[in-house]
Design a protein around this ligand. Sequence first.
Ligand code: FEO
Length: 167
Amino acid sequence: MLSKEMESALNDQLNKEMFSAYLYLSMAAYFEDKNLPGMASWMRLQSDEEYLHATKFYDFIVKARGRVKLKGIDEPKFEWDSPRQAFEEAFAHEQFITKSINEIADLAVKNNDHATNTFLQWFVDEQLEEEATVENIVESFKLIADQPAGLFMLDRELAQRNSSSSE
Ligand code: FEO
């Protein structure tokens, strides 16, 4: 049985994952508008993955006999200065999510809640991977330095992502 404190922290994280899905869907729409279908597709898959993360929290709260409480999702940003800026913000957002996951894991340890701590370890690993993936894309943007040919190539490369991969 979850403590009220853990239940609340897990519900807050469920909301952050839903916001992540919404943010990346908004970025996908931005890339569609910029005629960058590869980046749009990459972000669309990222959004789908975030929705799955949210439902993992949903399922765990139910399994741990807590009560899911869905909260309002903030409106995501609509416009970015450049494709590179959108990916830089995605990277910053993932760092924020990592910090949030780590804080809940700390809380689970403090509460001797081994089940929640074990559940969260999947997210600890996932965040390592997600940060590294998005950071690599930001590095690619730095290398191409706003050259249209480079942007076209990077868009083609990001189009290769498929639904079973987080790359
Ligand atoms: Fe679910 Fe990208 O954090």
